[in-house]
Design a protein around this ligand. Structure first.
Ligand SMILES: Cc1cc2nc3c(=O)[nH]c(=O)nc-3n(C[C@H](O)[C@H](O)[C@H](O)COP(=O)(O)OP(=O)(O)OC[C@H]3O[C@@H](n4cnc5c(N)ncnc54)[C@H](O)[C@@H]3O)c2cc1C
Ligand SMILES: NC(=O)c1ccc[n+]([C@@H]2O[C@H](COP(=O)([O-])OP(=O)(O)OC[C@H]3O[C@@H](n4cnc5c(N)ncnc54)[C@H](OP(=O)(O)O)[C@@H]3O)[C@@H](O)[C@H]2O)c1
Length: 446
């Protein structure tokens, strides 16, 4: 029997488990599946951990989540085609849920099936060696301190790429008297109440960490961008300036001459695609981009079609794109999708990479990833979902952010699965301090 290993049970790994389960439900004979996760439960980043640094066994913490994180895109854009928000919550809910609510939704879908018995938790994959036929996987069951070697026919890498921080150094850091940390270790904005905070970066983490610190009472937040500013209309107390030059004592000095005394520096400088368990010839080496090279249809490793990666792209689309990838991966593994010849594969990859390199603005990037996801969708039996509506929602959302970065999370969108329109949340995001599932879902507060 074909044996498949899945590394990671975050949203991508869960999509993979779900894809196989759906085929089994239709009466198809599925391969033997073993999923590994180094955490004690599934959900990946959404399985919030208060820990930073190392876990109780000394393994690096994969989690980059923090308290008070709310979805940064409309939930309608990531909705599962085969499991709507309405089905999970029994009623329409607002468009920008906090972490605990999204976690509940992601887990709700897989909890209904029998996939959990395929997962080995607290088990880290330490090495994978491919001998031309099989993948020999060495894993460590941390709880029982047991090392195991096992052979698999296929390997699905769904270990995420927002867990290993990229940490640059700036002059003066070693003598800075305050706190220096990466967004990977950011857990609670409350600790910066009354402080002067410097945030470095110009992408989603920089935007959200800056706004969180402001929302929970930081005195000032100064964002230092390196290439392009985010350029939003920031609230009073938040400022965006050009690139940090150096630190002198507790003073941050920026390249445009701006100076700010600081209590903390938060590096929102992104993450590394990091696969320490893979040999060099199997490793995806890329920066965070919409179409990493060497992956056919963004999934199948060009040099070895038994090695598949999920979710390695920079992401506008998330959960339903991961589903489309997983359904496609399943059909490759089960032989229902035949891989084309080497030349066609290369041509297809080059076509997407060349298109990606020409993209100039967020609208074009949204179009690009929507086209990619639609193409994948057409290749499998993943249920119908309105990607044109999702494309429209993403563009509207981008414009809402430009209009007002403090209010875009108060807007409502319609479902690409059920068509229902989200209710307006009972409390505007900027004043909603309690992000618990209970309070979020309590519409009587309206
Ligand atoms: C701070 C933050 C906020 C985000 N917010 C949003 C949002 O609001 N909306 C949205 O759609 N997306 C958001 N994202 C994007 C995020 O990438 C996806 O939502 C999603 O979590 C990606 O799923 P994944 O399965 O690829 O990776 P992950 O969620 O990272 O899961 C990977 C899993 O692999 C396991 N693993 C890794 N290495 C090994 C190993 N060697 N052995 C065994 N197990 C291993 C990890 O323990 C983990 O459980 C956010 C990302 C970050 C960092
Ligand atoms: N739900 C939420 O609210 C939320 C919150 C946080 C994160 N997220 C998600 O988390 C994922 C990761 O986002 P991310 O922002 O961490 O990573 P990212 O999108 O890869 O962005 C990395 C940023 O780091 C900057 N950078 C790199 N090196 C730098 C240096 N030496 N000095 C200053 N800046 C530097 C880059 O700037 P250049 O452009 O100059 O290279 C870029 O702005 C995304 O999917 C995002 O959606 C979601």
């Amino acid at each position: 029997m074909t044996k498949v290993a899945i590394i990671g049970t975050g949203p991508c790994g869960l999509s993979m488990l779900r894809a196989f389960e759906q085929a089994e439900k239709k009466g198809e004979k599925i391969p033997e599946i073993v999923a590994f996760d180094k955490q004690n439960d599934w959900g990946g980043l959404w399985n919030y951990s208060w820990r930073t640094g190392s876990d109780e066994y000394g393994d690096p913490i994969p989690n980059s989540m923090y308290r008070y994180l709310w979805s940064n895109g409309p939930k309608e854009c990531l909705e599962f085609a085969d499991y709507s928000f309405d089905e999970h919550f029994g009623k329409p809910i607002p468009s920008f849920p906090p972490r605990e609510v999204l976690y509940d939704y992601i887990i709700g879908r897989v909890k209904k099936g029998n996939s959990k018995n395929k997962v080995r938790f607290n088990t880290t994959v330490n090495s994978v060696v491919y001998d031309g036929k099989n993948f020999e996987i060495t894993s460590h069951d941390k709880k029982n301190n047991k090392h195991t070697k096992e052979n698999f026919d296929y390997l699905i890498v769904s270990s995420g790429h927002f867990s290993v921080p990229y940490i640059p150094e700036y002059q003066g850091m070693s003598s800075f008297p305050g706190r220096i940390m990466h967004s990977h270790d950011f857990r609670d904005a409350e600790e910066f109440r009354g402080k002067n905070v410097i945030v470095l970066g110009s992408s989603y983490s920089a935007e959200d960490v800056a706004l969180q610190c402001h929302k929970y009472g930081a005195n000032t937040v100064t964002i230092g961008y390196r290439h392009n500013p985010m350029g939003f209309k920031w609230p009073n107390g938040v400022k965006e300036v050009f690139h940090l030059d150096r630190l002198e004592g507790n003073k941050a000095i920026f390249k445009d001459g701006y100076e700010q005394e600081a209590d903390a520096i938060i590096l929102c400088s992104g993450y590394l695609h990091h696969f320490p368990f893979l040999t060099e010839d199997q490793k995806l080496k890329t920066r965070n981009r919409l179409y990493p090279p060497k992956l056919y249809k963004g999934v199948v490793w060009q040099d070895n079609h038994k090695l598949l990666y999920l979710g390695m792209q920079d992401q506008f689309h998330t959960f339903n794109m991961f589903d489309c990838q997983a359904w496609f991966a399943r059909d490759v593994v089960m032989g229902k999708i035949k891989m084309p010849n080497k030349t066609e594969i290369e041509k297809d990859i080059n076509k997407w990479v060349a298109m990606e390199e020409k993209l100039e603005n967020p609208d074009q990037m949204i179009d690009f990833q929507t086209e990619y996801t639609k193409e994948l969708h057409d290749l499998s039996d993943y249920p119908k979902i309105d990607f044109e509506l999702i494309r429209k929602h993403f563009k509207e959302w981008e414009h809402h952010k430009v209009e007002d970065i403090m209010t875009y999370r108060n807007k409502s969108f319609s479902s690409p699965v059920t068509g229902s329109v989200a209710p307006v949340h009972h409390t505007p995001w900027a004043s909603a301090m309690d992000d618990s599932l209970k309070v979020f879902l309590d519409q009587s507060k309206k």
